[in-house]
Design a protein around this ligand. Sequence first.
Ligand code: NDP
Length: 399
Amino acid sequence: MGKALIIGCGGVASVTIHKCCQNSDVFSEIMIASRTKSKCDALKAKLDGGKTIIHTAQVNADNVDELIALISDFKPTIVINLALPYQDLTIMDACLATKTNYMDTANYEPLDTAKFEYKWQWDYRQRFEEAGIMALLGSGFDPGVTSVFAAYAQKHYFDEIHYLDILDANAGDHGYPFATNFNPEINIREITANGSYWENGDWVETEPLEIKRVYYFPQIGNKDMYLLHHEELESLALNLKGIKRIRFFMTFGQNYLTHLKCLENVGMTSITPIEYNGMQIVPLQFLKAVLPDPASLGPRTKGKTNIGCIFKGIKDGKEKTYYVYNVCDHEECYKEVESQAISYTTGVPAMIGAMLIMNGTWNKAGVHNIEEFNPDPFMDALNKWGLPWIEDFDPQMVD
Ligand code: NDP
């Protein structure tokens, strides 16, 4: 029984808020605070009437003083950051000032550089430890569930994991020629950046989308997968014993890639401001404004996602392979919480991570990545709260 402050009211936050309301024994009172208060009020109107008491507020999460005032007034056990990666540090600063636990789903990214890494948030470790509060980093699906899968594999099935491929496949179809499944600005920054993977202690850099593989996925079939840099590679490289290589692959259809290439070629994905009609605009931010809002894709999207990990390593001196994944149906998600599966697969783990902090199951002062904790209660909660996982010890889908 406790209070949570949720910052942001977009696609992911909406799912987390629905799930918090389904779990009112833990989330007895929540505050939804975001830049556009009308979105918070609309969601409250939809969900009011259950056991969870819902409050709303307007906040600019770039402003530490505003955040401190809001947290001091509401006094939550945890702040769940579901705004954008640009706000991670200001929200962490406000949590430090008010001695409140923190959680997010994406690591900090400076607004003017398309570069994300953990160093900025890891710099808070000592201060969080001294304040006696906890920050849980990356409690979405990837990072999040895939990192918990890694901790689970390490705990139960391997003496050493040598190779890990994280495979994020989406066979959903929303019927638009081009749209992104989560915040377009964050999504396109990620995809147009150079790829990289971690091997034998070093980063190997690739051109954007240079490495392609075709994998066969249970329930969704063959998919084109492209290697991307992804934030969890950085922490898993430190936290998995004996690891030699970690790669991250995501599906993109040919139609999506053709549109993206065209937008890139004409300069629409650039984050460098340009002068237009006497004002400065960032082309990518303008593009975001004309693309479909990811939150609007829910009613149109059909098909399934399959996100999981393939591990190869050693157990009792013998080579072993283990594949664990979740399959999520876009239409089922929409029926339950009026969101498509990408927001669902991120929003549910955000609720679970927050729950484990709220009920004291995970309790360690400092700044921690999710794979540092006992994975078992999280894995149980995935089955209970809508993201059941499937294990395969002889997968036939390797590249
Ligand atoms: P949306 O753009 O749909 O939502 C972002 C929300 O944050 C909006 O409500 C927005 O307000 C609000 N916001 C933005 N800036 C501010 C600010 N300065 N102050 C207050 N509120 C602000 O994004 P998503 O829901 O798709 O994504 C949310 C987060 O989840 C992102 O960080 C994304 O990277 C992460 N993510 C993580 C994944 C994972 O698996 N780990 C997968 C997918 C996403 P407004 O309504 O006014 O725009």
